[in-house]
Design a binder for this molecule. Structure first.
Ligand SMILES: [Zn+2]
Length: 333
């Protein structure tokens, strides 16, 4: 039926196995809807719906499968995505976008994605899968070990987050539900001791999870409760430093390939010796006299030279400048 997914979902009496093979056309008799039968199976409310729908005709050919979300019935990825990303899933799509764009090691992207989908193998899930009999938290033993318990609500997790930043106790950090909590912290622009908060946030979640795994599977290797925040901060800081060095080496490479490399390096060298400086760029055409004098200076002995008449090398440029001769130049904008 057009616009109706499965009529079987609306059946009023029990649906017997022999009815499962029935088609809509089986409820047509002499090219008219068998309304009595339809009323018995679906109820009287459906009679107007069938009356307003054209009966199927054998001459029209066999039934075909059609995709409900497109006007021509043809499947398209776009329509399937729009179904998946319905308004209720917008915030989740936004969150996943944040996760993949996060400036963090690749493995933390994956970890964060697992957190957002709540698929970390906690004791709560292990009990359901008969992998263990004890679903309680291995760190505190005070609650069932859910994912959110490990990464935020456990006493050990709270202590770690507070050690990272004591101000977290004042906001909604410990009260926000999982998805808004992730979205809010991954969207933060703030810096904490020189490290972007989203990076430190993910590193801390990961350090808590890794420590929990160590406690269960390799307890000798587990770090002390009061050291988890050091571990998280060091990972975040090391990654930030590595990114900074990478950016600087890329910049250096760009300069190395520049055709005025020596000039750029000389300017940088001078600037590094000054406490404050400003750089103003002026096109060469607007500075022809100074440019030609600088070239002329290479042919002179070192020392101060005073000219009482215009040196021939700049006379043309000087007169051209004095009468305002324009020198057009194509500049990209
Ligand atoms: Zn706990």
């Amino acid at each position: 039926m057009p616009g109706v997914h499965h009529l079987i979902d609306f059946a009023q009496p029990e649906v017997f196995p022999n009815m499962l093979e029935e088609r809509v056309c089986d409820y047509v008799s002499d090219r008219r809807w068998d309304l009595n039968r339809i009323a018995v199976v679906l109820g009287d409310d459906w009679i107007p719906v069938f009356r307003s729908t054209k009966t199927p005709e054998p001459e029209m050919g066999e039934d075909i499968l059609a995709w409900l979300l497109t006007s021509d019935g043809a499947f398209s990825i776009k329509s399937a995505c729009s179904l998946y990303l319905s308004p209720s899933d917008n915030s989740k799509a936004k969150l996943f976008s944040k996760i993949w764009k996060l400036e963090a090691p690749q493995r933390l992207h994956t970890f964060c994605w697992l957190v957002a989908n709540e698929v970390l193998l906690t004791n709560e899930i292990r009990v359901k899968r008969n992998m263990t009999h004890d679903g309680s938290c291995v760190s505190c033993g005070e609650a069932i070990e859910s994912m959110f318990h490990v990464i935020r609500d456990c006493r050990v997790a709270r202590q770690t987050w507070m050690s990272i930043d004591t101000r977290l106790r004042f906001g909604n950090f410990f009260n926000t539900p999982l998805l808004p909590w992730l979205l809010e912290n991954l969207s933060s622009q703030s810096l904490f001791k020189g490290v972007h908060w989203p990076l430190l946030f993910v590193c801390t979640m990961n350090a808590l999870w890794l420590r929990r795994n160590k406690v269960i599977f390799d307890s000798d290797e587990a770090v002390a409760e009061n050291s988890i925040h050091f571990l998280a901060f060091r990972l975040a800081k090391d990654y930030s430093m590595a990114q900074l060095e990478l950016a600087q080496s890329r910049k250096k490479k760009e300069i190395d390939l520049h055709d005025t490399r020596s000039l750029v390096l000389a300017i940088r060298n001078r600037c590094s010796r000054l406490t404050s400086w400003n750089i103003h760029h002026q096109f060469r055409e607007a500075n022809t006299c100074a440019d030609r004098l600088a070239h002329f200076g290479h042919s002179l002995p070192s020392g101060c030279h005073i000219f009482f008449t215009l040196p021939s090398c700049i006379s043309l440029a000087f007169h051209a400048d004095s009468i305002g001769i324009a020198l057009p130049r194509v500049v990209s904008i």
